[in-house]
Every structure is written in structure tokens, then in C-alpha cells.
Write a new protein. Structure first.
Length: 391
């Protein structure tokens, strides 16, 4: 008799229009898992407008459950546990704090024994009572997926999880469907975004939140513009820091050189038309923005934090700079703007590096890990880790 596909529940707090890196990776995984081998469900703990407007995007189920103290949450957890049992879910993979807490507890209650907990960045609540809760939940997990070696080390050292239970599976980024635009194509893309092709363009992609430290790039812009008057800084994304960042640009005297472009769906062509990709975050595990810059063939200037150094080799496909240092960021960005040959060499190296981080590679590695864990559960063995970071 032919075996049925492995049924996977991908549990996450919510998917909304802000669409951070974790959400994008989950969607890429759910859409690209081989349906002959897997049947994925996306389980959200909060309803959002994006989910309502994209009902056919994925097989999404919503169980309103966010606050453990709420009776409504416990009823939703009971419904979720019954759903996992009724559908015969084989693997439950959890994301974010609520997704990990509620997803793990529900999978345990439903006796769905293969639980995969995801680590994709700094866990700010990995201390005190939060750390005790994590260790309690970790004991129920079959395995863990970390998207960088840095995140895996933080998991092992911070939560005392055995290395053999952790699998490193890097993020995947879609490859460009067309070659880089020629000069005329680049000019057309920029004009279509109301940008002057005569300017140099430094782009920063990310939600406008404190941790992304767009303020550092804006402070650096004041120095960059003094040396390169025809540069324009493009901030792609939106978020709670937008008003304060706009005020900072005015205070630094660069408001006419800094463009707030908001969220965009046509990101790849715009990236390919730019000159430098920048990221000034205080914390990253494996930044999707860096992968997108590299896939577009951009040299990268980013902070030397978290797993950024696993993507960018200083002096090869970009520059690593200290966090919180606008002078260092300005110096490296300025160097690339002044030396177009260097920028071109680094951009080409970025494109080569990005080839190791395809969506298909991420999906294949995750699928293999699921199958390995399910097989180990069937044989009564526990633990299936390893570093799969470069294939």
C-alpha cells in the first residue's frame, strides 16, 4: 500500500502585511514542499487582514490563541489539539514565542510526537521565567531548526539543548528570473520609481523597527552625502519608527536625499537597479535582506552581528562594520560608491554566494529533516541534528 504524505502543521503567531523574514520563509516552505511527499497546513494564532485577503495562498487555519491567561485561548488550544489529532499531523513545526508555546503544548496534548522548534533570531525573552518556559518546552521537542550557525550556538549555549538535536538549515531566497538589467533597463526601473538614474542608490530593506537601526544609516547618510552629493538612500519597508526616522533625516539635513518607499512587491528589479545594499541592525540571525541583496548582485555593507558574517565575507562580497557605528558604515558605503570596479567585483561575488541559498535547497533540507525525524520516531530513537548550512 502506498504511504500517505507526511502531514506538517506550521504553527506561527500570525502572517500579516508587514511580512518579516520568518513569515516569508514559512510561506516559501509551505508553497514548495513536494505534495507527493508532504501535506502542509499553516496554523495561525491570530487572524489578520493579509490572511483574509489571500485565502487561496495557502491552506491556512486560524485558532485565536494569544494569551495563556485567557479562557478563550485555552478553548482554542483544545480545538487546535483536536485538529492536530483529527488530521493525523505527523510533524508540528513552531515559530515565534506564542507559536512555540501554544504549538508545542497542543502537539504534546494531541500526542503528535514529532515537534520541531524553530530558531531564527535573538530571543529577547530567553531569561528569567521566559528561559524556564523555553527549557520546559524544549524538553517536549524532537528537534530544532536554526537558520544559522550563530543561532544554533545561541540555542545550545542559552537553552542547554544538545547539539545533536539541532539542524542548521539556512534561509532560501528566490533567484532572479531574468538577467541583470542593462543600463537602459536600469534607468527605466529607476524612473518607474520616480528616481533619478543619474544618482547612486543605496538601498536598505526591512521593517522600520528599532532593532533594524535605520537611524544609523540616516546618520551615516549625512557623511556620505558630503562626499557623494548625488547619492540617494532608499528605505524599503514600514513600521512604528517611520515618523521618528523622517524627523531624524530632517534634523541631519538629508531629508531630500533619503527616500521612504514603504512596502513594495516589486523589490527585485529595484534591487538590481541599485548600487549598494545596506543593513545596520543590532541583531540578526540570517538576514533575508542580505540574501536578497546578494541574489540581485549587490555589494553589501552590514553590521558584524549574529549570522551576518556567515553570508558576507569582509572585503570579498561586501564589508562588515561594527553595530551602532555610522562613521564606519559611511566609510565603507562611500568606498563602494567611489570605486565602481570594486563594487562590481563584490556584487558578482555576492551573486555567486547567493547561489548556495536557493529556495529549493532550503525546502529540500527541511523535507529531509522531517523525513529523518519521522523515521527516527518510528524506530524509537531521539535526536537528529547536524549542520546542513552549505549543502
Amino acid at each position: 500500500m502506498e504511504e500517505r504524505p507526511i502531514r506538517v502543521a506550521l504553527v506561527i503567531d500570525a502572517i500579516d502585511e508587514s511580512m518579516g523574514g520568518t513569515e516569508r520563509q514559512l510561506i516559501l516552505l509551505a508553497r514548495n514542499l513536494d505534495r507527493a511527499r508532504f501535506c502542509p497546513y499553516v496554523v495561525c494564532l491570530r487572524a489578520t487582514r493579509w490572511q483574509e485577503e489571500n485565502p487561496a495562498a495557502l491552506d491556512m487555519r486560524v485558532f485565536e490563541a494569544t494569551r495563556l491567561r485567557s479562557p478563550r485561548t485555552w478553548l482554542s488550544m483544545l480545538r487546535l489539539s483536536r485538529f492536530l489529532a483529527r488530521e493525523g499531523i505527523d510533524v508540528v513545526q513552531t515559530h515565534f514565542r506564542d507559536g512555540n508555546t501554544i504549538g508545542t503544548l497542543c502537539a504534546f496534548l494531541a500526542r503528535r510526537g514529532t515537534i520541531v522548534s524553530t530558531r531564527r533570531g535573538t530571543i529577547y525573552w530567553r531569561r528569567g521565567a521566559g528561559l524556564l518556559l523555553l527549557r520546559f518546552l524544549d524538553a517536549m521537542a524532537t528537534g530544532f531548526i536554526a537558520n544559522s550557525r550563530w543561532a544554533a550556538r545561541a540555542l545550545v549555549e542559552g537553552e542547554r539543548v544538545g547539539e545533536e538535536r539541532v539542524r542548521v538549515i539556512p534561509n532560501g531566497t528566490p533567484a532572479p528570473s531574468s538577467p541583470p538589467p542593462d543600463r537602459a533597463g536600469r534607468e527605466g526601473i529607476l524612473r518607474g520609481c520616480s528616481l533619478d538614474p543619474a544618482d547612486a542608490h543605496v538601498i536598505a530593506v526591512g521593517n522600520l523597527r528599532r532593532v533594524k537601526r535605520h537611524d544609523i544609516l540616516i546618520r551615516a547618510a549625512a557623511d556620505i552625502v558630503r562626499r557623494h552629493p548625488r547619492v540617494r538612500i532608499l528605505l524599503v519597508g514600514d513600521g512604528p519608527e517611520r515618523a521618528s526616522l523622517e524627523a531624524l533625516a530632517r534634523a541631519e539635513g538629508v531629508s531630500e536625499r533619503v527616500e521612504f518607499l514603504g512596502r513594495r512587491t516589486d523589490l527585485l528589479p529595484l534591487l538590481q537597479a541599485c548600487d549598494v545594499g545596506a543593513l545596520c541592525s543590532d541583531s540578526e540571525s540570517q538576514a533575508n535582506a542580505i540574501l536578497e541583496y546578494m541574489a540581485a548582485g549587490l555589494p553589501v555593507v552590514c553590521t558584524d552581528v549574529g549570522g551576518n558574517g556567515e553570508l558576507v565575507t569582509d572585503g570579498a562580497n561586501g564589508f562588515l562594520v561594527p553595530a551602532g557605528d555610522p562613521s564606519a558604515a559611511a566609510d565603507r558605503i562611500g568606498r563602494l560608491l567611489a570605486d565602481r570596479a570594486l563594487a562590481a567585483r563584490m556584487g558578482e561575488e555576492s551573486r555567486k554566494v547567493a547561489g548556495a541559498f536557493s529556495v529549493q535547497a532550503m525546502v529540500d533540507r527541511t523535507a529531509a529533516y522531517y523525513e529523518e525525524l519521522v523515521a527516527r520516531r518510528g524506530s524509537g530513537r531521539r535526536g537528529a541534528g547536524g549542520n546542513d548550512s552549505r549543502g
